[in-house]
Design a binder for this molecule. Structure first.
Ligand code: 13P
Ligand code: SF4
Length: 301
C-alpha cells in the first residue's frame, strides 16, 4: 500500500483531520484536509469535529490546537519540529514591563510557547495583528516575541506606544534588502510580496505586506504576472497551483524553515499509526494560555 493510501485509511480509523501550514513540504500540503496560515488553522482547530487533530507544523501550532480543543487528541508528525522564535521572550521581562506601565497590553504573536501565552493579554497572528492592536483599549503595547512583526504593527498604529522584544525568525531575517534589490533589478516588472517577519528595510520595499494567506490572496487578485516572494518558499505550492500563468522568484537563497521541513509523509503515517506524539499540557497552563487565544479569535474575526 502506498504511504498516501495508508494515511487515508488511518485517518478514517482514527477519526482524524489533518491540518497543514503553507511552509510544509508540497506532498504533505497535498494530503491535508485544511492548509492555511496560522490564524486560519487555529480557527479550524478550535471548531474541529474529528476526534483527532494531526497538525503538520511546528510545536506552537500543535500546542495552540490543544489549548483551543482540549477534548481532542492532538498529534504531531515530528515532536522536534519547533519554531526557535517561539522561545525568544522572557517572563521576568514581561513582569518588569507590567510594573513599569499601568496600562500595558502584552501582545503575544502566536509563534510562542504555551507558557509565554499564559503571561499575555492577547495573541495575534500576522493576519490579524493590526486589527487587534487597534481595538485594544491600552496605550502601551509590549509586543513579544517577534521584533520585526512588532515594528511593522507599530508603523501602522502610530497612535500607540510600543515596547519591542528582540525575538526574530531566522528564515525571514536572512532575506536581505540587497537580495530584494537584486531580484527587482533582474525582474523589474515583478511585484514584491513580503511577510511582516522580514526586517523593516525589506518590509519598506514591499508592494504588499501580509501573512502567507494574505500573500496568496494578493497574487490571485493582482493583474501582475511576476512576483518576488519574501517568505518561506512552501507558499509556492499553493501559488503555482492557483496561478499557473504567473511567475514567482525567491528573493534570497535560504528561504526554507528547517523545522517545518521535518514533516514528511512517512512521519504523518507513523504518527497516525502509533498515536504516540500527542500534545500534552497541564490543565492550569492550558486554561491560562487559552484566554489570550480566545480573545484573539473574538477580536481578530
Ligand atoms: P502565517 O502563516 O500566519 O503568515 O505565519 C508564518 C509563520 O512563520 C508560521 O510559522
Ligand atoms: Fe518559526 Fe520562522 Fe519557521 Fe515560521 S518560518 S516556524 S517563524 S522559524
Amino acid at each position: 500500500m502506498s504511504t498516501i493510501d495508508k494515511i487515508k485509511e488511518l485517518k478514517r480509523e482514527r477519526d482524524a483531520v489533518i491540518l497543514a501550514h503553507y511552509y510544509v513540504e508540497d506532498e504533505v500540503q497535498a494530503i491535508a484536509d485544511y492548509v492555511g496560515d496560522s490564524f486560519y488553522l487555529s480557527k479550524i482547530a478550535a471548531k474541529a469535529e474529528a476526534r483527532t487533530i494531526l497538525f503538520c507544523g511546528v510545536s506552537f501550532m500543535g500546542e495552540s490546537a490543544k489549548i483551543l480543543s482540549p477534548q481532542k487528541t492532538v498529534i504531531m508528525p515530528d515532536m522536534q519540529a519547533d519554531c526557535p522564535m517561539a522561545h525568544m521572550a522572557d517572563i521576568g521581562q514581561i513582569q518588569k514591563m507590567r510594573e513599569e506601565y499601568d496600562d500595558l497590553a502584552v501582545v503575544c504573536y502566536i509563534n510562542s510557547t504555551a507558557e509565554l501565552k499564559t503571561h499575555s493579554d492577547v495573541c495575534v497572528t500576522s493576519s490579524n495583528a493590526l486589527k487587534i492592536v487597534r481595538e485594544l483599549p491600552n496605550q502601551h503595547i509590549y509586543f513579544i516575541p517577534d521584533e520585526n512583526l512588532g515594528r511593522y504593527v507599530a508603523s501602522q498604529v502610530p497612535e500607540k506606544q510600543f515596547i519591542f522584544n528582540d525575538g526574530f525568525c531566522h528564515v525571514h531575517r536572512d532575506i536581505t534588502s540587497e537580495h530584494v534589490r537584486k531580484a527587482k533589478e533582474t525582474h523589474p516588472q515583478a511585484k514584491i510580496l513580503v511577510h511582516p517577519e522580514c526586517t523593516p528595510d525589506v518590509v519598506g520595499m514591499a508592494d504588499y505586506i501580509g501573512s502567507t494567506s494574505g500573500i496568496i490572496d494578493a497574487v490571485a487578485k493582482s493583474q501582475a504576472e511576476e512576483f518576488i516572494i519574501c517568505t518561506e518558499l512552501g507558499v509556492l505550492y499553493e501559488l503555482k497551483q492557483k496561478n499557473p500563468g504567473k511567475r514567482f522568484y525567491p528573493a534570497g537563497h535560504q528561504q526554507f524553515c528547517p523545522n517545518m521541513k521535518r514533516i514528511t509523509l512517512e512521519k504523518v503515517a507513523d504518527a497516525l499509526e502509533k498515536m504516540e506524539n500527542t500534545v500534552e499540557m497541564d490543565e492550569e497552563t492550558r486554561i491560562r494560555a487559552n484566554k489570550p487565544l480566545e480573545r484573539m479569535l473574538t477580536l481578530g474575526s
